[in-house]
Ligand binder design. Structure first.
Ligand code: AMP
Ligand code: MG
Length: 182
């Protein structure tokens, strides 16, 4: 089974997934890392935050290659994004051809209070995050729900919205682990 976990930057997805990793035999695959390694190998980017600023066609190419690689793996949790915020607008993280490769059974959207997300982004010096306002973050989380609904029509995958409450990432993680154990 393949499940997909998404959440905007700063939502605390990595923290939740670190807990999931310790509680299941599923491998956690970071879609962005696969794309980044492919892009870096041909000198397209130096850091992962440059990926979303590449020409959209280039991003789609990398996205196709990454999804083909993941499509060959069984029992994985895919750490990715419903949408990528590019300078040209929102790009689908899981367009139809990616969904066909991945055959997703469940989508999890990790969500959090937008002000908390903004605070977390501002205190993370390791990434070149976008300078989003709270209203921008609200819009991004909303659009991600809409894209999830669209993806579900292709896949019949279930969708679950999980709030990552500050200081309680284990609750969000438990929700996901429960499904992986079924
Ligand atoms: P992350 O570390 O999860 O934020 O991923 C790093 C970057 O990888 C993102 O900012 C995107 O540029 C790219 N990325 C991740 N998943 C996808 C996807 N499904 N489709 C296109 N780009 C993606
Ligand atoms: Mg992350």
């Amino acid at each position: 089974m393949r499940v997909v976990i998404t959440g905007v930057a700063g939502v605390g997805k990595s923290t939740v997934l670190d807990i999931v990793k310790n509680k299941t035999s599923y491998e956690i695959i970071n879609f962005g890392t696969l794309m980044f390694e492919m892009a870096k190998a041909v000198d397209l980017v130096k850091d992962r935050d440059e990926l979303r600023r590449l020409p959209v066609d280039t991003q789609i190419n990398l996205q196709k290659k990454a999804s083909a690689a993941i499509g060959k793996m069984e029992n994985v949790v895919v750490d990715t994004h419903m949408t990528i915020k590019t300078p040209n607008g929102y790009m689908p993280g899981l367009p139809e051809w990616v969904l066909r490769e991945l055959k997703v059974s469940a989508f999890y959207l990790i969500e959090a209070d937008p002000e908390l997300i903004q605070k977390r982004r501002n205190s993370d010096p390791s990434r070149k995050r976008d300078e989003d306002t709270v209203a921008d973050i609200i819009e991004h989380q909303q659009i991600n729900r809409s894209f999830a609904a669209a993806y579900s029509i292709y896949t019949a995958a279930t969708i679950k919205f999980i709030e990552n409450v500050e200081g309680k990432p284990d609750i969000a993680a438990q929700n996901i682990v429960k499904r992986l154990m079924q």
